[in-house]
Ligand binder design. Structure first.
Ligand SMILES: NC(=O)c1ccc[n+]([C@@H]2O[C@H](COP(=O)([O-])OP(=O)(O)OC[C@H]3O[C@@H](n4cnc5c(N)ncnc54)[C@H](O)[C@@H]3O)[C@@H](O)[C@H]2O)c1
Ligand SMILES: N[C@H](C(=O)O)[C@H](O)COP(=O)(O)O
Length: 338
């Protein structure tokens, strides 16, 4: 039995967050989920579950009573910010509560009230419209870490980890046309160092094998299809190797993700968002977890988004969320033991 529960932020209220959270709670015994509580508005959660016909009792809690309450009801920590139940309809009025849920969850970890955080998906465009300054959770959590743990490293790195494949995008939420200009050897080296360190510390790998993807077709074909692989990626890989990190590349990315290739490495460093996320979500959309490396606390998330298109239909699959909860529970246990 863990000593502390996981804090789970409600995510975009118009999306499937409340539904998958309730479905995950129903699966708590079957999936052996660690105890968790939701940060949100209990009235909203109750309304959405009623609308979807999900028979899940909910209970208003503070984190300290979650371990005792979790078996009988879905525990909800009331943020004190009412949320209207409008499935599929985005509203700027909910942005503050969505952001407060993430921030409060992190504060609960910092204050020793929760063991780690799991985040339900946010609708990024809705938060941007309300003035949110960060591309996504990953960067926002990096900023919260900087404020709340001033003496710990806070170098957030996004990793998508499934049963057969883990990938890390070196550049993340930027337009494809900007990638060649933004990508630097320093970014690849920094990301490689963090991945190497964290795969050892948090995932127990003695010597993580990093496969570094090329950015151009055929990794540039000797410069004929772009010089970035020769000029940026190859020297970065050489630097990582000189530091004793088991990195290989640049490797042509079209042949990097088939089953036999996947057995030759532990994680792929990809040069841009879709190069990393298309293979991992294609192979295991329902089991892949988004985990943030490089933070002084545990954070995982399902790999999917808000799914507004099915928010009132009751058919959202909670599998990626249950995988995220299980991974966060394991990581928190390792951290607690350390
Ligand atoms: N961690 C996060 O906060 C996170 C992650 C990814 C995307 N997003 C955001 O989500 C929003 C929508 O993104 P999108 O449309 O590209 O991707 P999406 O994952 O929301 O939806 C893609 C498709 O998959 C389906 N789907 C997604 N999750 C499902 C589930 N659990 N069960 C059944 N079907 C599911 C959807 O109905 C849709 O057809 C965007 O604003 C994006 O930024 C947030
Ligand atoms: N790039 C991620 C994805 O598409 O799954 C996603 O947007 C999540 O980003 P944050 O965890 O930083 O919100």
């Amino acid at each position: 039995m863990p000593r502390l529960p996981l804090a789970l932020s409600i995510g975009e209220p118009a999306g499937i967050g409340a539904e998958i959270i309730a479905k995950a709670w129903l699966l708590r015994r079957e999936k052996e989920l660690p105890p968790f509580y939701v940060l949100g508005d209990p009235t909203f959660v109750e309304s959405r579950l009623g609308r979807l016909g999900l028979d899940v009792p909910i209970v208003s809690v503070v984190p300290e009573v979650v371990l005792g309450a979790f078996a009988e009801a879905l525990p909800v920590f009331d943020l004190g910010q009412p949320i209207e139940d409008r499935p599929g309809e985005l509203s700027g009025a909910t942005a503050a509560a969505t952001i407060a849920a993430i921030e409060t969850a992190v504060r609960h970890v910092r204050d020793g009230r929760a063991s780690g955080i799991v985040t339900a998906p946010i609708q990024k465009s809705n938060l941007y419209a309300a003035g949110f300054k960060f591309p996504g959770h990953t960067e926002f959590l990096g900023e919260l870490a900087r404020q709340l743990w001033p003496h710990a490293p806070h170098e957030p790195v996004m990793m998508l980890a499934g049963p057969e494949l883990a990938t890390v995008p070196v550049t993340v939420h930027i337009a494809l046309k900007d990638v060649p200009e933004m990508l630097t050897g320093e970014m690849i080296v920094e990301t490689g160092r963090i991945v190497d360190r964290e795969m050892k510390a948090k995932f127990g790998l003695a010597r993580p094998r990093l496969a570094v993807a090329g950015i151009n077709p055929h990794a540039g074909e000797g410069g004929a299809m772009g010089r970035e692989d020769m000029d940026i990626v190859a020297p970065a890989v050489a630097r990582l190797r000189a530091e004793g990190i088991d990195a290989r590349g640049p490797l042509p990315s079209d042949t990097l993700f088939h089953a036999a290739a996947r057995k030759t490495y532990d994680v792929v460093l990809a040069m841009y968002h879709d190069q990393a996320l298309i293979p991992v979500k294609t192979i295991a959309f329902d089991e892949t977890v988004n985990v943030t490396l490089g933070l002084p606390f545990v954070r995982t998330s399902p790999d999917h988004g808000t799914a507004l298109d099915i928010a009132s239909e009751g058919k959202a699959d909670p599998s990626s969320l249950t995988a995220a909860l299980r991974m966060a529970g394991r990581m928190a246990a390792v951290r607690g033991a350390a």
